[in-house]
Design a protein around this ligand. Structure first.
Ligand SMILES: NC(=O)c1ccc[n+]([C@@H]2O[C@H](COP(=O)([O-])OP(=O)(O)OC[C@H]3O[C@@H](n4cnc5c(N)ncnc54)[C@H](O)[C@@H]3O)[C@@H](O)[C@H]2O)c1
Length: 471
């Protein structure tokens, strides 16, 4: 579509106003659709209506406020009303990990049933012209293979509860690949859009919805890359669901791979940064996701790899590569403790600064963050930890009883025998190392959990440097 050509505008509902839901809603509003985000959390909805973001995500607040002001975006707790109005309804609720590793679909299930009930109650299927137009229900939550059919079944059951057996809808799978910390960018400038559906009409509707993004034809203040056509990958439901899990499992495996190589580098005296550079230039390998360190965490990789392993086991398949990916990752946090023990010997009575608490830079998300595990391990060994994070500090105070959270990095470092760079925020990469050394107690150990610092500069400032796989 060329700039200025007619855009098909849709009424879009997004169920779940979390990291994915708010970003998806705001971006779809930005490209010209009328969007309503619905969440069961009335406090969250009230905050969003007032322009207060419940999450930290660069550029999101501005995007939300602008689109609310222009009448393109609104927030509510009233799901039936949103179902009645919508042409397309995204499900973007949480799918956390259950005890056995599988994905908990209870939130998705509740929403699906409620959609069925609302469809039944609204005598669905007719748009303003009286034309039959099925509601397109989009699974945006990360859900295991087969969930499309499951959602479809629950919508039908909900409709029966609501007194109708003939509601009209299509279920499609549209997995989300955004990265927290650059979610708005990723949503507007994705590497690809994946769509799984069993019916052509639903695919056509979704293609029309995403047309401005596919053709990069929406107005944007700072267009960060040359105009391209974004690949629109269409497939069946099950394959689309599998693409999401396979993508995350591959990325997690790539990180675990380089961490395994880093451990061997340490043993033989090689430098993993040079090794990663040397292999990453091979186009078949690629240079991204080859940073050795504490390993992966966050709201997606751990639970998605666990869910894929659970799916494999359901079919009596031992996913040995995925098992090893997880085993290597679990070892990385423990290696932080070993590195501290090597130079501090006993950790009892030692003070340790944790620099960065969020699972990665530019987010406030602490779900499965390595800082949680490290803080706990330090507490168990009798050390006292003080933690600092540029944005996740307040959330960490509630989540991490073992940790004294402070709001200045140098306060965390004052009197510490050791510091661990847990999250490579720009601010923490740029610390004044001489000031750090003047504040710390001997042996002034700095464990660089992300290989983000220059070992020579750290050494020259009078600190003892330990990285991962750096000889
Ligand atoms: N966070 C990410 O980076 C990311 C990236 C890709 C995919 N995903 C997937 O997207 C999904 C959502 O993830 P998230 O991080 O946005 O979750 P989140 O926990 O930030 O948000 C989920 C929201 O859904 C709401 N909710 C739950 N049940 C509801 C119901 N019955 N009715 C209305 N609202 C309800 C919650 O109140 C919450 O606000 C998950 O399946 C996740 O795996 C997440």
């Amino acid at each position: 579509m060329e700039m200025g050509s007619v855009l098909e505008e849709f009424n879009v509902g997004v169920v779940g106003a979390g990291y994915v839901g708010i970003v998806t809603g705001a971006c779809l509003a930005q490209i010209g659709h009328r969007v309503t985000c619905v969440d069961r959390d009335a406090g969250r909805v009230a905050d969003l209506e007032e322009g207060r973001m419940p999450i930290f995500e660069p550029g999101l607040e501005e995007l939300v406020v602008r689109n609310v002001r222009q009448g393109q975006l609104r927030f509510t707790t009233d799901l039936p009303e949103v179902v009645r109005e919508a042409d397309i309804l995204f499900i973007a609720v949480d799918t956390p990990q259950r005890g056995d590793g599988s994905a908990d679909l209870s939130s998705v299930g509740k929403v699906a049933r409620a959609i069925g009930r609302a469809l039944a109650e609204a005598s669905p299927g007719a748009d303003k012209t009286g034309r039959e137009r099925p509601l397109v229900v989009v699974n945006k939550s990360t859900v295991p293979v087969g969930s499309g059919d499951y959602v479809s079944m629950l919508i039908k059951e909900g409709a029966t509860e609501g007194g109708s057996s003939g509601v009209s809808y299509r279920v499609v799978s549209n997995p989300e690949f955004l990265r927290e910390g650059s979610a708005v960018y990723d949503c507007l400038f994705p590497d690809r859009i994946v769509l799984g559906a069993e019916r052509r009409d639903a695919l056509d509707t979704m293609r029309a919805l995403y047309e401005p993004i596919i053709e990069q034809s929406f107005p944007t203040q700072a267009d960060p890359r040359p105009k391209v056509t974004v690949p629109f990958v269409t497939t069946d439901l099950v394959s689309a669901e599998m693409i999401k899990y396979a993508a995350n499992a591959f990325l997690a495996t790539k990180i675990s791979f380089i961490n395994e190589i880093a451990t061997i580098c340490e043993l033989v005296g090689a430098d993993v940064s040079s090794v990663a550079h040397g292999i990453g230039l091979d186009e078949r390998i690629g240079s991204r996701f080859l940073s050795a360190g504490i390993g992966w965490g966050g709201s997606c990789f751990p639970k998605d790899v666990a869910a894929l392993r659970a799916v494999a086991r359901e079919y009596d398949h031992e996913p040995v590569l995925l098992d090893a990916t997880v085993a290597v990752n679990e070892r990385q946090s423990k290696r932080v403790i070993s590195k501290l023990q090597r130079d501090l010997h006993t950790l009892k009575g030692k003070r340790v600064a944790l620099l960065g608490l969020a699972f990665k830079p530019n987010t406030d998300d602490l779900r499965e963050a390595p800082s949680l595990e490290i803080a706990h391990a330090l507490d168990q060994r009798g050390a006292r930890a003080a933690g600092y994070d540029p944005v996740a500090g307040k959330k960490a105070q509630n989540l991490l009883p073992d940790l004294k959270v402070v709001f200045d990095p140098y306060e965390a470092l004052a009197g510490a025998h050791a510091a661990v760079l847990v999250t490579e925020w720009e601010e923490l990469r740029a610390l004044d190392l001489e000031r750090v050394a003047s504040l710390m107690e001997s042996p002034k150990l700095l464990v660089d959990g992300r290989n983000a610092l220059d070992p020579r500069a750290v050494h020259d400032a009078g600190l003892l440097y330990r990285g991962f796989g750096r000889g």
